[in-house]
Design a protein around this ligand. Structure first.
Ligand code: NAD
Ligand code: UDP
Length: 316
């Protein structure tokens, strides 16, 4: 039995945050779930509300926060392009001011702090697959920049707080992750395709569908978070966490149609500006330092996610 810790999860009512809160409660910790409900919902953590060691807090991380904690997981930030582009200035505030506030909290409380960074720090990559040493190809002034540059600046802040104040930091670069509790209108490709297939609506492929992504099932990713946080203090990252299995968006659409048995047709839509053409994590660092690699491959993960959306749509 490990020691009970008091752990803050920002963005805890979101997709990844809710799974992380659940895992930390199951591991025997006190969890403070903080969220401003921009994209997250109380429904995601409803099943945890009667747990005696779970606490919910409405707060926006762009404002300072005073709490006593042992560990912080900083996940607060909209992750879907549709949502982070809705109010881009707020996205930059959340990534940058939010990081400063959470790092300040970590400094005062001497707590270990984890940052949910992203494969978007690589932009539209010219190196494939992407190792952590690749510095990226990011447009600083495009529609995705509020998120990409905000997350890059947050990484800078994490490493400056480490160098300047000796903070105990962990930075994970998360590649596209999917699973139950994604918001049905979230706009991300896996949720869009599954909901469209289940409703018999056209599957919206942006561009020619030949762009690639690598999709990680949520349970695998959360295991990576826990291992990175538990690793020795010199294992700071940045560390890629994602599933190296790479698929074109068209292949994903075909898999969703096959697994749902849907009669939906494929429909093409314009490719959004700055949409990366390819993305695949090099996870050598995670394999060798924290012994982590994904165990759930795309068809299995899609099956679980399809069953979740089927029951959500039936209840709606
Ligand atoms: P999500 O949108 O479901 O969750 C984000 C949560 O943060 C939501 O509950 C939202 O209400 C909350 N939030 C947003 N701004 C806030 C603020 N200012 N103060 C407090 N709470 C705020 O997205 P997710 O997929 O769960 O992503 C979680 C984190 O992981 C994000 O930081 C995201 O950038 C990162 N990430 C996710 C993926 C992925 O594929 N899911 C990939 C790369 C990085
Ligand atoms: N995409 C698509 N149809 C959709 C939603 C997304 O073809 O209905 C494409 C999108 O253009 C991108 C990929 O799927 O190439 C992944 O998009 P998502 O928004 O999930 O995440 P991203 O990796 O771009 O941040």
């Amino acid at each position: 039995m490990q020691t009970r810790k008091r752990i803050l999860v920002t963005g805890g009512a979101g997709f990844l945050g809710s799974h992380l809160c659940e895992r930390l409660i199951n591991d025997g910790h006190d969890v403070i779930c903080l969220d401003n409900y921009f994209t997250g919902t109380r429904d995601n953590i409803l099943h945890l509300l009667d747990q005696p060691h779970f606490e919910l807090m409405r707060h926006d991380i762009t404002f300072p926060l005073y709490l006593e904690v042992d560990e912080i997981y900083n996940l607060a930030c909209p992750a879907s392009p549709v949502h982070y582009q809705f109010d881009p200035v707020q996205t930059t505030k959340t990534t940058v001011h939010g990081a400063i506030n959470m790092l300040g909290l970590a400094k005062r409380t001497k707590s270990k702090i984890f940052q949910a960074s992203t494969s978007e720090v690589y932009g539209d990559p010219e190196v494939h697959p992407q190792p952590e040493s690749y510095r990226g190809s990011v447009n600083p002034i495009g529609p995705r920049s509020c998120y990409d540059e905000g997350k890059r600046c947050a990484e800078t802040l994490f490493f400056d707080y480490k160098r300047q104040h000796n903070l105990n930091i962990r930075v994970a670069r998360i590649f596209n992750t999917y699973g139950p509790r994604m918001h049905p209108n979230d706009g991300r490709v896996v949720s869009n395709f599954i909901v469209q297939a289940l409703k018999g609506e056209p599957i919206t492929i942006y561009g020619d569908g030949e762009q690639t992504r690598s999709f990680c099932y949520v349970d695998d990713l959360i295991e990576g978070f826990i291992r990175l946080m538990a690793a020795p203090d010199d294992v700071t990252g940045p560390m890629n966490l994602g599933n190296p299995g790479e698929f074109t968006i068209r292949e994903l659409a075909e898999a969703v149609i096959r697994l749902t048995g849907s009669s939906s047709e494929l429909a093409t839509r314009p490719l959004p500006e700055d949409d990366p053409m390819q993305r695949q994590p090099d996870i050598t660092l995670a394999r060798t330092t924290i012994g982590w690699e994904p165990t759930i491959q795309l068809e299995e993960g899609l099956g679980k996610t399809i069953r979740y959306f089927e029951s959500e749509l039936a209840d709606a």
